[in-house]
Design a protein around this ligand. Structure first.
Ligand SMILES: Cc1cc2nc3c(=O)[nH]c(=O)nc-3n(C[C@H](O)[C@H](O)[C@H](O)COP(=O)(O)OP(=O)(O)OC[C@H]3O[C@@H](n4cnc5c(N)ncnc54)[C@H](O)[C@@H]3O)c2cc1C
Length: 481
């Protein structure tokens, strides 16, 4: 018998889950945003702002409306916490399925990526001293050339512009979900609820579930992490290495482009960061130009047009960036911008809903800054042998870093007393509620989060299929196949 599954949120995780579970079950999806366009949530920043541009949105497809579809796995050996490492380890078997759903056209992403990383790591001639070879190696971020926002299959009953979702809790389960559309009140009685409202949206939904269960919601949303990132300097590489570094910067591989980064580890081994090389024309190392470049690159539509009307667009580095991105032409130069992507660990940063708005308490701590500065000194040392000139700010402040839009960590996972979900992503206080989206990523090194979120979505779909299908039905399916 088909089960009634309710998914909240039609972003990356919600779409993949809906399409997968819709093959066997009766799936309804409630989305706060519109069907074929997007709106932006009201974010109230208490401390640090994410960025000058939008880093999430409401609407069908969620953040895949804004993203660049760059695919890179989170390496399990970069994950410090044992429980999340195990969850991620189990999710590795879903990489190929996820990459295919995220527009990677090769036969096996995992195998292609392994080979790509090997090739990228053998680009630097062996004549260079060990100090110039990155001890942590090089990792590769794969950008399929063709991609689009995710959409839902016809099997999913999707309802958009949904307001005022609320829950009725009975006997350890959510028995009823109320919601409003265009002023009319509706209700559903699902067997299973999956919350996939994104790292910023899910805390508000889970706050309501937890309150319906008569429990305190004060730990919901605590542990928010991001990838603080920024341009931190310039390097002019030696002439004989210019073609190697050009490939590291952007390597055209036919159906995709690989952007490749030097991996960096903190002295304590807990933090992993990475540095990408982006074409530039001058050795000028100025924060105002970097901020402008970032907002131009991340914006679209009217926001991008507004950004274009600035004198900063005439800076030679901006001209190089525009040629590289808009026309796919790299201006020949041996100078590169260094784009640092850093890691945060879950701590006191929090996202929660209050007064109808999403409240964001995000900070980059002094300890994190000290760690990043030490990593930059390591990078400076590494580049010494391969560069004619280096101009890195190894003393960056929080101002130099902004959100890479890889929001994660607002729902704690594990077997601890205060943890909100277990390793199957089931809410501890509720027998039929699961959470699956960026919020359950407990660590993310420097890796873009989309691939890992998708892997967790396919893992959860398998878990639910195995757990909620009656045994007899399993046997019947097995017999037929
Ligand atoms: C500009 C930009 C570029 C990026 N580039 C990359 C990249 O190249 N590679 C990569 O891996 N990642 C990238 N990311 C990050 C990636 O897009 C996100 O990690 C990913 O899409 C998050 O998926 P999600 O399912 O957690 O949330 P989302 O995709 O954000 O989905 C959440 C959904 O829930 C809905 N929702 C929210 N609240 C509610 C509510 N109360 N009720 C009902 N529905 C609700 C939202 O409208 C949305 O549809 C980028 C992000 C941005 C902003």
């Amino acid at each position: 018998m088909k089960k009634k599954i309710l998914i909240i949120g039609s972003g990356l995780a919600g779409s993949l889950l809906g399409n997968e579970l819709g093959k066997n079950h009766d799936v309804t999806l409630l989305e706060k945003g519109p069907h074929n366009s997007i709106t932006y949530p009201q974010l109230h920043f208490h401390h640090k702002k994410f960025a000058e541009v939008h880093t999430c949105c409401y609407g069908g497809g969620g953040s895949t409306n804004l993203w660049h579809n760059g695919l890179i796995p989170i390496r399990t050996d970069d994950v410090v916490g044992s429980e999340f490492r195990e969850v991620l380890g189990q999710a590795q078997s879903y990489i190929d399925q996820t990459a295919a759903a995220l527009f990677y056209t090769g036969a096996s992403f995992s195998e292609d990526h392994r080979q790509l990383v090997n090739n990228a790591n053998s680009l630097l001639p062996t004549t260079y001293s060990p100090s110039s070879s990155p001890s942590q190696g090089i990792d590769c971020l794969v950008y399929p050339k063709k991609f689009r926002r995710l959409t839902l299959s016809a099997a999913v009953k999707a309802i958009f512009d949904v307001e005022a979702i609320d829950f009725v809790y009975r006997d350890g389960r959510i028995s009823k979900v109320n919601y409003r559309v265009a002023g009319a009140q509706h209700a559903l009685e699902p067997d299973v609820v999956i919350v996939a409202a994104g790292t910023l949206g899910t805390p508000g939904v889970i706050q309501k579930v937890v309150r319906a269960a008569g429990m305190s919601d004060e730990s919901v949303g605590v542990g928010f992490i991001d990838h603080p990132m920024g341009f931190v300097g310039k390097v002019k590489v030696k002439k004989e290495l210019s073609s190697v570094i050009k490939k590291l910067s952007a390597w055209d591989r036919g159906d995709y482009v690989s952007r490749n980064a030097v991996r960096l580890k903190s002295a304590c081994g807990k933090y992993t960061a990475c540095a990408f090389f982006r074409p530039a024309l001058t050795m000028d190392n100025r924060l105002s130009i970097y901020k402008y470049k970032s907002s131009l690159g991340a914006s679209n539509g009217m926001a991008r047009i507004r950004n274009i009307f600035s004198w900063k667009i005439f800076h030679p580095d901006m001209i190089a960036e525009i040629f590289a991105h808009l026309f796919g032409v790299n201006i020949p130069s041996r100078i590169y911008n260094i784009l640092l992507i850093t890691e945060q660990k879950r701590g006191g940063s929090r996202v929660y809903e209050e007064d109808g708005a999403i409240q964001v308490k995000w900070t980059v701590t002094d300890d994190e800054l000290a760690t990043y500065r030490a990593m930059l000194k390591d990078l400076e040392g590494m580049l010494g042998d391969i560069a004619d000139a280096i101009n890195i700010n190894t003393n960056i402040t929080s101002d130099w870093l902004w959100s890479a839009a890889h929001h994660s960590g607002t729902i704690s996972l594990g077997s601890g007393e205060d943890d909100l979900v277990d390793t199957n992503l089931k809410l501890n206080c509720c027998d039929n509620v699961y959470v699956c989206d960026g919020s359950v990523l407990q660590e993310h090194s420097y890796a873009n989060t989309g691939l890992a979120i998708g892997q967790l979505a396919f893992r959860l779909a398998d878990h639910l299929n195995n757990k909620i299908l009656p045994r007899a039905e399993h046997a019947e399916i097995a017999e037929k196949t």
